[in-house]
Write a protein that binds this ligand. Structure first.
Ligand SMILES: Cc1cc2nc3c(=O)[nH]c(=O)nc-3n(C[C@H](O)[C@H](O)[C@H](O)COP(=O)(O)OP(=O)(O)OC[C@H]3O[C@@H](n4cnc5c(N)ncnc54)[C@H](O)[C@@H]3O)c2cc1C
Length: 394
């Protein structure tokens, strides 16, 4: 590492404003559709590679080693950083997957516009019959010369309403076992045959959608990875998604990196809620799990191919997010019945944390099998052709 803490601070001070102690941000985009603050932040930091320090300099990073990445992230917390939610699929999942599985041309085409915030990505994995059992997905991609035709439906596609590109896992061979017949594509969301229908969530957001693909055409040069190797690409994406979910990047105010008292804790103290021993105990447990989430996520994201640590980070983060927003409600007395206080939208967002990016149960299955070495679940359809084993059909 050659750059010093002061040099980082001075460079950031030239382009960002200091963070105010009372600053509140949205978390996971909850309650906000304003894309501009995060786009402006990415556009201003991309030249120095500050938002994505571990990425190659050529693509909007600065080739920083893990020590430098940690230092930059720590100094960044002194500055006002908006919720990057709308951009996080590109920044935290598609970009890292392209660095591992993309061709040189794909990396040059897509990584700089992800880093600068010029293009938003969405992740088109889940389908009505394929959530936890993602490899059961049915959306079909058929080869037609130098192009592919995509036919089928995705659901719960976050950011699809804003996205220029969709990372789409599709079935290219139904006659092999389910994991082996999948291929990954980048779909131009503006192309004919792509229809996005927003769904309204219980927190009022319309941030995820159904996406219908009806004869949408995708050139073979937008295939990411080999034909039939889509599962491998998907696993890279999901491992990064879980690791990213454990961090406070992209919003929130967990104060993981240590130097500041997190805003939610300060807020409880300001309302004198921490004079209650039970509240204090709950708050400290949440704070500890939040720190564990951040450290685990940092460890996981050092790797280009994070392993099950991302699942550990996500389980901790879900606990701390839900714990924080439920404690906030519990500590407010009668005011908590009103929908108008800060934190109400986050309260309504809490349950989704146990589902998005893979449910708590699935993360625990991963930890049980891959970290603790417990016996694996029975997987009766693993070795038979998907077309014969297909679930959801009678
Ligand atoms: C806010 C939000 C945003 C999302 N964004 C996206 C997105 O951008 N792109 C995308 O592709 N998807 C997205 N999803 C979808 C998400 O990944 C799925 O909802 C999730 O994987 C669960 O799948 P499912 O809803 O089909 O539930 P199911 O898989 O049907 O699960 C139902 C219940 O059964 C349990 N269960 C299932 N299998 C097992 C098992 N083997 N062992 C133990 N328990 C099990 C689950 O834990 C759950 O409690 C999003 C979801 C939410 C809530």
């Amino acid at each position: 590492m050659v750059i010093t803490e002061d040099e980082i601070r001075n460079s950031l001070a030239a382009i960002l404003t200091p963070r105010r102690a009372d600053e509140r941000m949205t978390t996971m985009g909850a309650g906000s559709d304003d894309l501009e603050p995060a786009r402006a932040y990415l556009a201003s930091t991309v030249g120095g590679g500050w938002a994505l320090p571990s990425w190659p300099t050529a693509f909007g990073g600065r080739d920083a080693d893990p020590e430098e990445v940690a230092l930059i992230n720590r100094v960044l917390r002194e500055f006002s950083v908006p919720d990057l939610y709308a951009y996080m699929i590109g920044l935290g999942m598609c970009g890292p997957a392209l660095l591992v599985h993309g061709t040189d041309e794909q990396q040059q085409r897509w990584l700089p516009t992800i880093a600068s915030g010029a293009e938003i990505w969405c992740q088109m994995f889940s389908e009505p019959e394929a959530g936890s059992d993602l490899a059961n997905l049915a959306l079909r991609a058929s080869r037609d010369g130098d192009e592919w035709t995509l036919e089928g439906q995705k659901v719960w596609t976050s950011r699809a309403v804003w996205a220029r590109w969709g990372l789409c896992l599709a079935r290219t061979d139904p006659d092999v076992p389910k994991h082996a017949g999948l291929t990954m594509f980048a779909v131009n969301m503006y192309s004919p045959g792509v229809e996005v229908r927003p769904l309204v969530q219980m927190n009022g957001d319309g941030h995820f959608s159904e996406v219908f693909l009806t004869g949408a055409r995708v050139p073979d040069e937008w295939r990411i990875g080999d034909i039939g190797a889509g599962w491998k690409v998907a696993m890279t994406v999901l491992a990064h998604e879980r690791a990213a979910a454990g961090t406070n990047r992209g919003g929130g105010d967990g104060g993981i990196k240590g130097v500041r008292t997190p805003g939610w804790l300060r807020d409880l103290a300001d309302r004198d809620a921490l004079s209650n021993a039970v509240t204090r105990q709950r708050a400290m447990k949440i704070h500890a799990r939040d720190a564990a989430a951040g450290w685990t996520a940092d460890r996981a994201s050092v790797s280009r191919q994070p392993g099950p640590a991302g699942s550990g980070a996500k389980v901790h983060k879900t606990f701390s997010f839900q714990g924080r927003v439920y404690l906030d409600k519990d500590s407010r007395g009668a005011e908590a019945m009103l929908a108008s206080h800060d934190g109400h939208v986050e309260f309504l967002t809490g349950p989704s944390m146990s589902i998005r990016g893979g449910t708590d149960e699935i993360q625990r299955n991963i930890l049980g099998e891959r970290v603790l070495g417990l016996p694996s679940e029975p997987r009766v359809d693993r070795d038979i052709p998907w077309s014969k084993a297909r679930k959801g059909e009678h």
